[in-house]
Design a protein around this ligand. Structure first.
Ligand SMILES: CC(=O)SCCNC(=O)CCNC(=O)[C@H](O)C(C)(C)COP(=O)(O)OP(=O)(O)OC[C@H]1O[C@@H](n2cnc3c(N)ncnc32)[C@H](O)[C@@H]1OP(=O)(O)O
Length: 434
């Protein structure tokens, strides 16, 4: 194994060199000076790492200070990992492996309970303990076919993009809808949202995300609309862009859509499906359970085109992450007691952060580390995949990705108990690309 020279980057020259390495690795040219001004704002001290060959940066990775809403509504501090790249003449020599090891340790030291990323390729991150924890769907609606069953109930108003400014209004609405800030200790940052906020998996947006996102989108002439309820209170927003074509189809792309109430959600979609001269409305990576077709007279007007992975999640402090979520939310009266009848002992493997390895007894009442023999053994990457309820233990067991210890009725029971504990009421979704 090569002993790579990894350093925490701390000045603009190194940030820019690292950014160039990343952009080149993605087969792009370097950012121009104007773009760089905006990118620079997203570098947070202590969160950018570089691998050096002498004075040259040959690999890098960084993270942003984000957070994660977990089942039950608690908000955990989370690092949003991005800009991972290795110079082409240094690949397959262990550079990213070394970076990932160092980054995980440093995120843990900074108090992040989890890390998340969006992967360019699905084969890279499983080995570092990341698992697919949320997925999203792309949809395409034929506007001509898509006659809504009802009209907008409240009010949806266009906000001139010049008035959106640095996004303060959208940011405030987003925070309220998502139901939390960047919470740390128990209870903190829960920030109960109005209406239907608090979907598990939703991630926090940091300052640099907003400035970069607004700058990028403003260049493409987006439209912003804000939904207002009958009570006069704003409770949702959407950002979209229209590409008008006289020869092909004119397409409206939904860039962002957040609603704090079912009415705001339906109103925003009804508005978007009613913009004149648009032939098709498209949206990418929307929640798997978003029922757009139910708004239409003819549900076939809406086509769900593809499903892909959205969140790759890494649990960095397994005890804290397991301890902060809620279990068996859907299991009602009649199960009774402290929920011990559903308890299961999970055996977690983690070669990169060995302090996470061991047995955890999970029940409706909570989580504790135990010395007991595990009933279900799994890698930390598989634990991330079940953590927000995106996949079941049964599915992982069928694919041979968790080990059920013992055989017969008891062993089958352990998988069932685990699935009943980890089930969630609302499909998890992150909702932010970075
Ligand atoms: C969150 C984000 O930023 S996603 C962006 C990721 N970056 C990119 O896609 C840019 C282009 N690619 C790159 O820069 C590099 O090839 C990287 C970052 C994907 C990998 O970096 P490397 O330094 O080559 O990885 P490293 O040498 O540490 O490889 C570790 C292991 O992963 C494997 N691996 C590396 N890249 C890939 C890949 N793209 N697909 C599948 N396996 C891979 C290696 O074969 C190696 O396996 P082994 O341990 O069994 O031998």
């Amino acid at each position: 194994m090569i002993d790579h020279d990894i350093r925490v980057l701390g000045d603009e020259t190194h940030y820019r060199a690292a950014n160039n390495v990343f952009r080149r690795a993605l087969l792009n040219g370097p950012a121009n000076d104007e773009m760089w001004e905006v990118l620079l704002e997203s570098y947070v001290p202590g969160r950018a790492l570089g691998v050096f060959d002498g004075d040259e940066v040959i690999g890098s990775a960084q993270s942003f200070p984000s957070s994660l809403v977990v089942p039950g509504g608690a908000v955990l501090p989370m690092g949003a990992v991005s800009r991972v790249g290795v110079r082409a003449d240094w690949t397959r020599r262990g550079v990213v492996s070394a970076l990932m090891r160092t980054q995980l340790r440093s995120l843990r030291d900074m108090g992040d309970v989890a890390a998340t990323l969006r992967a360019t390729e699905g084969g890279i991150y499983g080995r570092f303990g990341y698992g697919v924890a949320t997925r999203g769907r792309d949809l395409r609606v034929s506007r001509v076919k898509a006659v809504p069953r009802a009209r907008v109930e409240g009010r949806v108003r266009v906000r001139p993009v010049s008035e959106v400014g640095d996004g303060e209004e959208l940011r405030a609405l987003f925070e309220e809808i998502r139901g939390g800030g960047r919470g740390g200790g128990s209870g903190e940052g829960r920030g109960e949202g109005r209406g239907e906020g608090g979907r598990p998996g939703v991630i926090g947006r940091w300052d640099g995300w907003w400035s970069m996102h607004l700058k990028r989108e403003k260049e493409k002439d987006p439209q912003v609309v804000v939904a207002t309820g009958p009570d006069g209170v704003d409770d949702g927003f959407a950002m979209y862009r229209v590409e008008r074509s006289h020869t092909e189809k004119s397409e409206l792309t939904v860039l962002d859509l957040w609603a704090g109430t079912p009415r705001a959600w339906a109103d925003l979609w009804r508005y978007l499906l009613g913009v004149d001269l648009v032939d098709e409305v498209v949206a990418h990576l929307r929640p798997l359970d978003e029922p757009v077709e139910l708004l239409l007279v003819d549900p076939r007007g809406c086509r769900w085109e593809s499903t892909s992975d959205e969140t790759w999640l890494r649990l960095i402090d397994v005890e804290e992450a397991l301890g902060r979520r809620e279990y068996a939310a859907g299991v009602g009266v009649g199960v009774g007691g402290g929920g011990d009848e559903l308890a299961v002992v999970l055996g977690v493997r983690d070669s990169l952060l060995p302090e996470n390895a061991g047995s955890y007894r999970v029940s409706r009442g909570g989580v504790e580390r135990v010395e007991d023999a595990p009933e279900v053994v799994l890698d930390v990457a598989e634990l991330a995949a079940v953590y927000l309820g995106d996949v079941s233990f049964a599915a992982l067991a069928a694919a041979g990705r968790v080990e059920v210890v013992g055989a017969g009725v008891g062993a089958v029971g352990a998988v069932e108990r685990a699935d009943r504990l980890f089930a969630v009421g609302e499909v998890a979704w992150a909702g932010t690309y970075f």
